[in-house]
Design a protein around this ligand. Structure first.
Ligand code: ZNH
Length: 138
């Protein structure tokens, strides 16, 4: 689980990243072909389209919420977990794919800040976010 040092690292890294939210979060909607089915009700699903960018910002908002509740991510993401499990019915395997995509995008956009410590901390944090979002599935 996340150490005090990891938490500090995640908060510091996220503070730098937050302003680029819409560039980072596009992956689950437009950039990953196998997850497009979940967004078939949108008019334009191409990478970088307005709804895809907007959803990127939404996802990053969810991750900001997780950063803010880093001492109890499950509690912080309870409502979101229920939404994904009962209403959206997203296969939880996709959380792992998205976490990995986010890591890759962070490494590309923030090469200087994405040092080994930040990499490990963000990896552990995003895994914890995925577990928290998966909690309401049975
Ligand atoms: Zn999700 C939605 C978050 C992943 C799918 N999301 C959403 C929202 C949020 C989120 C915040 C909004 C809500 C409201 O509105 O209330 N997600 C999130 C996060 C994550 C996620 C944080 C991780 C990290 N998702 C995901 C995935 C998928 C999804 C992986 C698939 C693939 N989501 C989704 C959908 C939706 C959402 C489908 C709805 C959209 C619309 O708009 O329709």
């Amino acid at each position: 689980s996340l150490t005090a040092k990891d938490k500090k690292m995640v908060k510091a890294f996220w503070a730098k990243v937050a302003g680029k939210a819409e560039d980072i979060g596009c992956d689950d909607a437009g950039c990953v072909p196998q997850t497009k089915t979940y967004f078939s009700h949108w008019k334009d699903l191409s990478p970088g389209s307005a709804p895809v960018r907007k959803h990127g910002g939404t996802i990053m908002g969810g991750i900001s919420l997780a950063v803010a509740s880093i001492d109890d991510i499950s509690a912080g993401l309870l409502a979101l977990s229920e939404l994904h499990a009962f209403k959206l019915r997203v296969d939880p395997a996709n959380f792992k794919i998205l976490s990995h995509n986010i890591l890759v995008v962070l490494a590309i956009l923030f090469p200087n800040d994405f040092n080994p410590e930040a990499h490990v901390a963000m990896d552990k944090f995003l895994a914890a976010v995925g577990r928290a979002l998966s909690e309401k599935y049975r």
